[in-house]
Each structure stands twice: as C-alpha cells, then as structure tokens.
Design a protein around this ligand. Structure first.
Ligand code: ADP
Ligand code: ZN
Ligand code: ZN
Length: 809
C-alpha cells in the first residue's frame, strides 16, 4: 500500500484547515518528511501550489483518484514537531487558517511565490512563435501582462489549444555563496609540485606554502588572497595546474548593524547585582534548572536594572546548555539594546526584526535553526525563532500593544511565549515598569510569580513632573500648542546648550469633541467610552453599542461654546514652534519624516550629535532613547489618548507618560518633565505625575470591574467589511443571530455597529464585540463562523475574528 501524505495547501480563495491527501511518488518515498514544503497540483487546471507536509496516512476517505506530489522544495524539514504543533494551536486559538500560521512563523523567503508561465504545447504560427516567444518554449506570463495586444494573441492561442498557462511555485530560499578554494593535493604532493617550479615563480611558491598550511580545508578565496598576500590570478594559475579547486561556499548575510561585532574574547563581564536583582535572578535561575514552566512578572521602574536581570538569567540558561529568547517591542529594538546583548554574548546572538532584508532574515533564521545562534533578540515575530532546547523566554515591556499582531493570524507574542514555555518546560519572564492590567492582576492572584525592582540602580530620583493646565492658558493666549511654562523651559535649555524632546501624543485617526473650558469629553451614556465624531453623518457615535447623538454646540457640563473637535498634526505644531522660536533648531520625527529606510536612525543620530535643540515627534520617540544631554521632556497634549473610544485609553496614557518621563535626566544633569493637559485632575495623569503605578492600577481595575472589561471579562471582536455598506451590515446581522442562539445568556454581545473608522480603503466595516467570562459554546461557534465565511454566501465579504483585541478603532 502506497504511502499518502497530508498536505496543508496555499490556496487563498478556498481556505480550510483540513489538509489534503496526496500520493507520494515512489522516488520520494523514504525521503519525504513531515515539515517539508512540497509543490502539489490543485484543482482541475494546471495550477501548482505550495504546501506543507503535516502527516502521513495509509488511507484516504476521498473517493476519487489522488494526485501525486510534484516536487519537494526542501532537503530537510523547515518545521520541526514543536513548530507544527504550535502552528496548529495558533490556527485554533486565533481563528485563522493553518497555512497563514505556517507562513507567519517562517522567514519571508520560505513563502513560495507563485507565478504564471506560458508554455507552448503545439506548433505555433511562425509569426507568433517569434513575436511572442522569441523562439523559446516557455515564457513568464508577467512579460506580457502589460501588453493588451500580446495578451489577446495569447488568449487566441490558448483557445486553439496551442499554449497552456501553468502556475509554477518558485522556491526563493537560496543561500548566498561566495567563491572558495580547496587544495586538491596532499602536503607531500604539494611539496613535490614545488620542485618543478621555476626559481623565479615566487608567487606560486607562496601559494603552495599557503595550500599546505590550510591542510585540506575550504577557505573563502577573498580571505585566502588577503592572508597569503596573493592575487586572484595566482589562484587561477593554481587551479589550472590542478593544485586547488574552486568551490562555492555558503555564507550568512549578516545585518549591517552587526558588522562591528565585538569578538568573542572581549565580551563584557556581568555586573555585580544588587540585592533585589539577585533575588530575581536566583528565582528565575531556579525555574530554569528545575524545568518549571512558570511565568514571572518582573516589575521595575526605568533604570532599575531589569535588562541586567535578563542578561544574567540568559547567561545562566546558557550555562545549563539551554538556549534563550528575548523579545522587545519593535520600537525599542534600538542598536542600544541589541549591542548590550551582543557585547555580553558575542557571536552566538541572532537578531530578528522587520528592518532586515529577506536574505538577512533567512540567514539569521538558518543560524538559529542549525544551533549556531543560541540567544535570539527580536521583535514580535521572533517568538517563532526555531531555537531548540529553549531554557528561558523574556518579554521586555510586556504591556506594549505591538506584541499583538493586528492582521491574521492575530496572535499575542505573550501567549505564544507561554505556549513555548510549556512545551520546553521553561520559564517566561514578563518585564515592565508599567505592566498591563491583565498581567499585574494575574500576579496578584498568584498565577504569575511577582518579582519587584522598586529602586533605580543609581538611586537617583525620577525627574520631577510638572502638569500644566491648558485651560487658563488657552483663555488668556488663544489657540496654541505651547504653554508659557513649556516655552520658557525650552528656551532655558537652548540658552544652556541642553536639549529638549517634545512629544505630540497621536493615536489613530479618531477624532472626538472636548470642551476647552472644562476639559469634558463627550461620552456614551451606555458604555463609558468617548463618542467619535462622524463628519459624514454629522453625529457623535459610540462604536461599541451604536448610540448616536447630534454634535453638541455647547458643553453639556459647563455650557461653554468653546467645545471643539480635537486632533493636531506634528507638521502644524512644528510650524507654530518655528514661529514662536525662530532661533531653535528642530528635528521632526513622525511617520512622514521616517518613511524612508534608515531615516529613523539618521535623525536620531543628528539629534545625538547635537545638530538640533529640539526633537519633536510622535510617541515613536518615547521609548528606549538615551541621550545624556536631554534635560527636558515635554508632552504637548496628554489628553489625546484619553479621548479615544477604547477602554484601554487611560492605561495607555498612563504608560506613555510614565515611559516618556524616564527619558529626561538619564545622566548626571537633573531632568524635568512638563505635561500639558486639559484634564489635570484625571487619575491617569495625576498618578503618572506621582509615579504611582499601584494607585493607578486599583482605580483602573475598579472601573474595568464596573464596566465588565478585561481583566474581569474576555473580549472578542468580529468585523465584516464590504464595498457596499448594506452587505457588510447584513453579514454582521447574520453572525449576530448565530451568536445569539448559541452563546451563554451571561455573555454580552455588543453591536453590530459601524466601527470608528467606518470606511477604509473603499470598504465599509461593521463590528461586534463579545464580552464573556466563561462560555463553553464560544470556541465552536466562532470556528463555525470562520468556516462559513469561506462559503458562497459570504462572497466578497471579509470577516475577521480577533480574540483579545488591543484596539477598538
Ligand atoms: P532597566 O532595564 O530597568 O531600565 P538597566 O538594566 O538598563 O535598567 O539598568 C540601568 C543602568 O544601570 C544601566 O546603565 C546599567 O548598566 C546599570 N546597572 C544595572 N544593574 C547594575 C548593577 N547591578 N550595578 C551597576 N550598574 C548597574
Ligand atoms: Zn465644558
Ligand atoms: Zn455605547
């Protein structure tokens, strides 16, 4: 009985989580393994698709004749047993398709690219053969795609059965090679060759000695030329004489920033830990040794020495013969942190982030997969790094929402880390100065083990935070983004030759109404969430429950007429600042000025070299930066975040203000923070000012409890979109009906409502938010909805299911 392979195929329009069964051709028996990529035929046409072998079977339910696998793309599996199991879990828990999960976990180059090839299958009229095919038998369809006359001629030939259009999968995963040389003769034979040399042939003589010295090894030719001080021509002569052979040598493309590697003999020693750090490292280390899949929450203010705890815990894991993974948010994956890890662990560190080219990413992945790299530092997707024998996983800044992927599969790196921790029996350390409410609540309940670093290493107090009430400012001076105390502070810095960072808090695109006299933000009477301004309908809408009311003319609280639409861009602020301070040198950093690759680093370097007095930017400047000459941090509008229609608005504002405050006065000079706000009495701002995480935590927990939000309830968001509003709305109504029938009565189903940005990229969006504590029917119901979305009834409607959404925009 021939063996059959189960293959998860890549067919975008007909997704299913069921593998298809294929015949294994005799030539591939014994060779094909689970985790390899294959090319298989799909459908009736000549369509080839890429797939992953996920298992073998000797029986199939399928009645018809099974098709054979056409080709194997890998010599060894690209997915091991752990990764396959993880991909399955990921598909299940994030309500996404298996193939999408497999691709998400692999480097881009392992995603097969399908292209269409035009193949001549019968004799063509000579004219066509030469015009279209230039005398060849196949051509890439892309060569014709822009030429309508050519396409129409091709279609005619196709109807006549003279050509065929095939889908072909292209394997893009190629290792980079350079020229190397290998001696072909033994030491004695090389010596023998020397005797027949002309006495003046010094170069060849030296080449023979060099070949003897490398004793049969293969050496990169460029290196050999350098070491032996010989030209390429001499090596070519050597090859002609049969002394050596040229061979391709595989090399790894190393990311640029890593070129200046410290060599492994000059690594930085560990610091002597203080008492709190020692306690933390001891506990983590014990869990590594005892193979406990425990989760730790390491809470410590900026500068309390968390990173040092990570580094020494990693060192302990390595000493146990295990490997370690350290995740940081993309935004704080600065050269500063990467260098710190590299200086400690040298060449066994691999770095993965979105700035790498596909080739670099693939090569770092291979170094990890082959065990050459034992420590991985990276952003979100590095959680899938193919490390074997994991001993420790660290998530720095665990509260960061960028750990959640906002497209399918919608996974949270924290949950994946915990899954891998369980698989490897290894601890996970979550670190933060401002832990997410979810994590801190779990630590309080004893689900996570709490480790605290309450003091800064240098015993310096955090810089004082001054809150400026913008309400009287605006009354006296009219519309401005700058208060007098802030302007004064900035100009003091310029006089003293010090620098300032000014941050404009801009989240999303949503706009809301705020009273400039009393700070009141218009809220939904049902949801305690800010209402969003919809200019199309000229109404204020709650996009949780659908409540709608007219745009107010006066403030419902103080009856002021100064109730305004809120939202400001960095460019406008820069203009104003240039008018107010013509002498100041300003660098603006936002999505617009950093779109080009490398601009982010370039602007930061300019600022670090003191080519500007002021760095003005969005929250992308809030994290990870460490400039000793910066003594002032100003937040222009602490309120923006508060006004967003999101139950995490206060938490994000508190986090951001706490983070940004840590940027001032890092070195010996005393720092200062100024926060401008229309809501000086808001608890998120007051508690950030007082550096009081605990007070913020309990207040916020209270509100979440009252309004049934996480961590007391879990949430799921379903969203449907379609170019026609009615179609999207109808799809959602249908889904709501189904949820209503199946889910537990205590489960809360909100909506469907248009989402905050109701129309994007010419599609209308509708959403439903589910809040639940425990609902045994939920998982199966959502699975069923997911499958249903691939059916004919959902033609062109895109539906997404997002467990634990981080944003509700
Ligand atoms: P965090 O990650 O909590 O912000 P870091 O680990 O970066 O804190 O530590 C802040 C600074 O203190 C760094 O410059 C670090 O080198 C230094 N540091 C950390 N631990 C110690 C220690 N035990 N002894 C001396 N310096 C330390
Ligand atoms: Zn008011
Ligand atoms: Zn509402």
């Amino acid at each position: 009985m021939a063996e059959l392979a189960q293959v998860v195929v890549d067919v975008p329009t007909m997704q299913t989580n069921q593998p298809y069964t294929y015949q294994v051709p005799e030539a591939l028996e014994q060779k094909l393994q689970v985790g390899m990529r294959v090319v298989v035929p799909f459908g009736n046409g000549h369509r080839q698709v890429q797939g992953f072998v996920v298992g073998f079977t000797d029986a199939s339910d399928y009645g018809g004749k099974l098709k054979p696998i056409q080709a194997v793309m890998d010599l060894q599996p690209v997915m091991d047993a752990e990764m396959l199991a993880l991909s399955k879990w990921l598909a299940d828990t994030t309500y996404s398709f298996w193939i999408a999960c497999l691709y998400t976990m692999l480097p881009n180059l392992l995603k097969g690219k399908t292209h269409r090839v035009v193949r001549v299958v019968d004799e063509l009229p000579e004219q066509d053969y030469f015009d279209l095919f230039a005398g060849r038998d196949t051509r890439d369809y892309a060569d014709f795609a822009d030429d309508p006359t050519a396409v129409s001629r091709l279609l005619k030939l196709k109807r006549a059965g003279k050509i065929r259009i095939d889908y072909q999968v292209e394997n893009r995963a190629r290792a980079k090679t350079v020229m190397g040389i290998t001696p072909l003769l033994s030491f004695e034979e090389l010596e023998e060759a020397r005797t027949s040399l002309h006495p003046n042939a010094h170069a060849q003589n030296r080449l023979l000695s060099y070949l003897q010295s490398i004793g049969g090894q293969t050496v990169v030719q460029k290196k050999a030329e350098r070491v032996a001080q010989l030209s390429a021509a001499t090596f070519n002569q050597g090859a002609k004489k049969g002394w050596l052979k040229k061979v391709p040598v595989e090399v790894y493309r190393r990311p640029q920033s890593q070129a200046a590697l410290p060599d492994d003999h000059h690594l930085q020693p560990a610091l002597k830990l203080n008492h709190d750090q020692q306690v933390a490292v001891d506990q983590i280390n014990a869990a590594v040794k005892d193979q406990q899949a425990a989760t730790f929450l390491l809470q410590g203010v900026t500068g309390s020495g968390k990173t040092e705890v990570y580094l020494q815990s990693i060192a302990q894991a390595l000493a146990q013969g295990r490997t370690a993974l350290m995740l940081v948010p993309e935004i704080s994956l600065t050269p500063q942190i990467v260098n710190r890890v590299r200086r400690r662990f040298g060449s066994q560190v691999a770095v993965l982030h979105s700035g790498l080219s596909n080739g670099e990413q693939f090569d770092e992945w291979r170094r990890i997969e082959r065990g050459a790299a034992k420590v991985v530092v990276g952003a979100r997707s590095a959680v899938f790094a193919p490390l074997k024998n994991l001993g420790l996983i660290i998530l720095d800044e665990e509260h960061e929402s960028s750990y959640k992927q906002d497209e399918a599969p919608r996974y949270h790196a924290r949950e994946v880390a915990k899954w891998r921790g369980r698989y490897h029996q290894a601890p996970v350390v979550l670190g933060s100065a401002t832990p997410s409410l979810e994590s801190r609540a779990r630590a309080l309940k004893g689900v996570y083990r709490f480790l605290g670093l309450p003091h800064r290493v240098n015993k310096q107090p955090l810089p004082p935070i001054q809150v400026v009430d913008m309400r009287p400012e605006i009354k006296q001076r009219g519309e401005s983004n700058f208060s007098r105390p802030l302007l004064q502070a900035v100009s003091d810095r310029i006089t003293r030759g010090e620098q300032s960072i000014l941050m404009l808090n801009r989240r999303g695109f949503s706009s809301f109404m705020m009273c400039r006299d009393c700070g009141t933000v218009l809220k939904c009477p049902n949801c305690d969430i800010s209402l969003t301004l919809h200019m199309d309908t000229r109404t204020m809408k709650c996009h949780y429950c659908g409540h709608e009311e007219p745009i107010p003319q006066v403030c419902p609280n103080c009856h002021s007429r100064r109730i305004r639409y809120y939202g400001t861009g960095t460019e406008k602020v820069e203009q104003e600042l240039r008018q107010l301070m013509p002498q100041a040198r300003i660098i603006r950093m936002d999505v617009d000025t950093t779109r080009r690759k490398g601009m982010h680093e370039k602007l930061l370097k300019q600022f670090g070299d003191h080519q500007a007095d002021i760095l003005l930017g969005t929250q992308m400047i809030a994290k990870g930066l460490d400039f000793p000459n910066v003594t002032l941090v100003g937040v222009l509008n602490a309120d923006t975040g508060l006004g967003l229609p999101d139950f995490r608005a206060s938490e994000r504002t508190f986090d951001l203000l706490s983070q940004v405050s840590g940027r001032a006065g890092r070195a010996d000079k005393q720092g200062q923070v100024i926060i401008q706000t229309f809501n000086p009495d808001h608890y998120a701002i007051r508690d950030a000012q007082a550096n009081d995480y605990d007070r913020f935590f309990f207040q916020e927990m209270n509100l979440r409890h009252q309004a049934s939000y996480p961590p007391y309830y879990y949430t799921v968001r379903l969203m449907a979109s379609h170019p026609e509003e009615a179609v999207a709305a109808r799809a959602m109504a249908h889904i709501k009906e189904k949820l209503h029938q199946r889910l537990a009565p205590q489960t809360i189903i909100l909506g469907p409502t248009p989402r905050a940005i109701a129309r994007m990229k010419r599609r209308y969006y509708y959403q439903i938010v589910i809040k639940y504590k425990r609902d045994p029917a939920l998982h199966a119901t959502l699975e069923e909805i997911l499958q249903e979305t691939q059916s004919k009834g959902f033609k062109d409607v895109q539906v997404s299911i997002d467990p634990d959404p981080q944003y509700f925009m």
